[in-house]
Design a protein around this ligand. Structure first.
Ligand code: GLA
Length: 371
């Protein structure tokens, strides 16, 4: 068992005075390329990170949730705006899908950085869904669980996210990225041998807070829907570069990002399969520029990190996740990650930005039942 899984199990035993029936865990994710394409029916390429959220659950009448990280117990059947809304949302969405997971108690422990764009909420949802599926023997497959988690996020938590985060958390494999066709919901693993290429994946958390509900995320979705309507297609996935001529101003910029980003994801998969990290990195830079200029979801901090990464020899860098703050990523020669972090800290201090945080992740396994 991993450290987080041991903590969740230990917390369960301590709080509830019995062994849990099941322990499951699920990772956060970063998205390598393909941003805001998921809700347009397009392509994304995330990978799971080696930070997880673990859930230990047992089947008795307790109906209690305990977070070891917050040291708080919350009832399953109550509404409040705490961490507990995620496991509650999953139990609700399972019930809505005809799978009644009533009468359980659970302890949670994790180490996915929160509110950073690393999908800590999808990790809670995925781990809870997998744990409840095992505990109540629903026999649901991973893709069904991911859709149940997305429903929890959209309808119970009230955040209009696409399917990427839940799919990544439930379906990724170690050492790989996951190409998701967000329309057909087909997913395929793509080898991501960073170590073999002498590269590290550096994440810069700019610590610029981004509450998804409060940002322009929903505005961006609405713009895309308007652009699709203007073009007479059901989703921007179906728009071509030629179609863009029929759009103007904001609709044009938003749609151009989606159309070109989908094409970049497909090329990025080809470069990864060919182990051509130079080409892959160039696509990352192009993706960042498109998000900065056309989708307008970057911040001065994210732009600064990408530029500093470029100056320090990164083959590629870009913001990752919803934008409006949160994280950016860079591919760096493995020995140079400290240099990048130092240069970035100095530049941020010089420009009066908040102090960023750095992580190095390896592409990790998706959700697992471990006990
Ligand atoms: C958030 C959402 C995802 C996706 C990204 C942007 O992470 O949860 O569904 O839309 O933003 O690519």
């Amino acid at each position: 068992m991993r450290e987080t899984e041991k903590r969740a199990r230990g917390a369960y035993v301590e709080k509830f005075g019995e062994e849990p029936g099941v322990v499951a865990s699920a990772p956060g994710r970063i998205n390598l390329i393909g941003e805001h394409t998921d809700y347009n029916g397009g392509f994304v390429l995330p990978c799971a990170i080696d930070r997880r959220l673990a859930v230990a659950a047992g089947r008795n009448g307790g109906n209690l949730l305990y977070s070891a990280d917050f040291d708080r117990v919350r009832p399953l059947h109550r509404e409040d705006d705490s961490w507990a809304k995620y496991p509650r949302g999953v139990a609700w969405a399972l019930r809505e899908a005809g799978h009644d997971a009533d009468g359980f108690q659970a302890a949670l422990a994790g180490d996915v950085p929160r509110a950073s764009g690393l999908s800590s909420s999808a990790a809670i949802e995925a781990a809870t869904a997998l744990a409840l599926d095992a505990l109540f023997e629903f026999g649901l497959d991973r893709k069904s669980l991911a859709r149940i988690c997305q429903r929890a996020e959209n309808e119970y938590v009230g955040v209009q996210s696409g399917i990427m985060d839940q799919y990544a958390s439930l379906l990724c494999e170690a050492g790989s990225a996951l190409l998701i066709d967000c329309r057909s919901l087909e997913a395929e693993t793509v080898p991501l041998d960073l170590e073999g290429a002498g590269l590290s994946l550096v994440v810069c958390d700019t610590r610029v807070e981004r509450g998804l509900g409060d940002t322009g995320y929903n505005d961006r979705r609405a713009s895309c829907e308007r652009a699709a309507e203007t073009l007479g297609v059901s989703q921007l996935r179906d728009a071509t570069e030629g179609d863009l001529e029929r759009l103007s101003s904001e609709e044009l910029r938003r749609a151009r990002h989606i159309v070109t980003e989908n094409a970049r994801v497909i090329r990025a998969v080809e470069s990864l399969r060919a182990k051509d990290f130079e080409a892959f990195g160039q696509l990352m830079y192009a993706s960042h520029e498109s998000m900065r200029d056309d989708y307008e979801i970057s911040t001065p901090e994210l732009d600064a990190f990408v530029e500093i990464a470029r100056e320090n020899g990164a083959p590629g860098a870009r913001l990752t996740g919803a934008g409006f703050g949160g994280c950016a990523i860079a591919l760096m020669p493995a020995g140079d990650t400290g240099t990048l972090a130092d240069a970035c800290r100095r530049a941020f201090a010089g420009r009066g930005f908040g102090e960023p945080e750095f992580y190095e992740f390896v592409p990790a396994a998706g959700a697992e039942v471990v006990g």
